[in-house]
Write a protein that binds this ligand. Structure first.
Ligand SMILES: *[C@@H]1O[C@H](CO)[C@@H](O)[C@H](O)[C@H]1NC(C)=O
Length: 423
């Protein structure tokens, strides 16, 4: 415990250093359009999220986009010309980010005073998360093993935990794999992963979910991007790698376009400056390879894979590369619905209800996603889980973390129970 306490004392003063000036005067707009229109925006605009449009405008998508002052008029004309309905959501992104920063600072201090080694009322840095995982393994050696799975591009240790009451030696048990923070700016995903670990190890270790399932949980896939999003650019999404042509101007790769599933088949992901850059080759990123090796380590008995993202209240299943379903599409849908219902039951009144569906139908075509790749290599149930946001999509104020982690756990538990009941 002491190590983390010391770190918290030292690290608390420095959670966010901002770099928010670059967003001074940037505005957020919500814009509705057909799926292909929204998808096209992703190639040249910062699309913070895309979700099915409000029920009144069904058949369309809504995107939250950031417009810099100098490009704003041009884009509003573009939306108008293309019959895309838009509304302004926020006037000054820098202001929103400064408010978030001070809320996090406040929540860190409160969490520190509480004296707990981890709290679900605030966000932690990469080294704090790693220290917590190591502590847990020390404290629960019969249940938790920390795997130092590889280094990020900038040399940070990416860890994952294996949770098993039989040290992964009983090959008759099913395996569930969960990862978080492939996208750096989606901060609430790591607390959700940590909470799942916490439930399985600390709160309910005697339950069948812990005793009869082996779990692999990767709480922070993209530490370089995450740390960069704290220190320099809150909206950073990709890795920080520079091993591709064009990296001087546009470093980083979108991990969730870097998997080897129809990789390299659409041009909009080939531009290094786009937020969905797929990388110079499939699995070019060490971060992606960590997920691959975790998944491949126990593939034959892995029945459920969930990749945690933010934002949108959605369970998305394969395929993303075309709008057909895998052979077990009906089961994917049913299990997705059951997980979603369990979450909705615990959600805040103002939350949007979860949407469950085929990724290409609900949103648009994507290639190289972890969800499609894991389905293709043989895991029967694989999902992208887009968590709720409440304020500015993936900018989730710390006061909502506890709500999101507890409601999401309810859904994960239902998925795990399904795995057990059919194994
Ligand atoms: C859609 O993609 C899947 C996964 O790659 C593939 O198995 C299937 O044949 C494709 N279907 C069509 C109609 O292209």
């Amino acid at each position: 415990m002491t190590r983390l306490v010391i770190c918290v004392l030292l690290c608390v003063a420095s959670f966010v250093h901002g770099g928010h000036e670059k967003y001074e005067g940037h505005q957020l707009y919500r814009v509705a359009g057909f799926n292909e229109q929204i998808r096209e925006l992703e190639a040249s605009l910062d699309v913070l999220s895309a979700t099915p449009a409000a029920r009144s405008d069904s058949g369309k998508l809504e995107a939250l986009v950031r417009l810099a002052p100098e490009e704003k008029e041009q884009w509003l004309h573009y939306f108008h010309r293309n019959n895309m309905v838009y509304t302004k959501i926020a006037d000054n992104l820098a202001e929103i980010l400064r408010k978030e920063e001070s809320e996090i600072q406040f929540s860190k201090e409160a969490a520190k005073r509480s004296g707990k080694s981890i709290s679900f009322d605030t966000y932690y840095r990469h080294d704090e998360i790693n220290a917590y995982l190591d502590e847990l393994a020390e404290e629960y050696p019969d249940l938790v093993t920390v795997i130092n799975a590889g280094l990020s591009f900038e040399g940070r240790q990416i860890k994952y935990v294996r949770i098993s009451s039989t040290r992964f030696e009983n090959l008759r048990k099913p395996v569930i794999v969960i990862d978080a923070m492939a996208h750096a700016r989606e901060w609430v995903t790591t607390p959700v992963a940590i909470y799942i670990i916490h439930q399985l190890v600390v709160e309910a270790s005697e339950s069948p979910l812990t005793q009869s399932i082996d779990w692999i949980i990767i709480p922070l896939v993209n530490p370089d991007g995450y740390e960069y999003s704290i220190d320099v650019d809150r909206l950073w999404r990709k890795t920080r790698s520079t091993a591709h042509d064009g990296a001087d101007e546009c470093p980083g790769v979108d991990i969730n376009r870097n998997f080897d599933h129809h990789w390299g088949t659409v041009s909009s992901s080939a531009n290094p400056c786009s937020i969905i850059f797929e990388g110079p080759s499939a699995f070019s990123e060490s971060e992606t390879r960590v997920v691959r090796s975790a998944v491949m380590s126990n593939l034959e008995r892995t029945s459920l894979y969930i990749s945690l993202h933010s934002y949108g209240n959605m369970f998305l299943y394969a395929w993303g590369n075309n709008a057909t379903l895998p052979p077990n599409g009906l089961i994917l849908h049913l299990v997705g619905i059951n997980m979603a219902n369990a979450i909705d039951e615990k959600a805040l009144d103002k939350a949007d209800r979860y949407i469950v569906g085929n990724a290409a139908n609900v949103l648009y075509f994507t290639t190289g996603t972890s969800r499609d790749w894991t389905r293709a290599v043989g895991i029967p149930l694989t999902y992208t889980l887009e968590l709720p946001g409440y304020e500015y999509d993936f900018i989730v104020p710390p006061k909502y973390i506890k709500q999101i982690v507890t409601e999401t756990w309810a859904g994960i538990a239902v998925g795990a129970q399904y795995v057990l009941s059919t194994w």
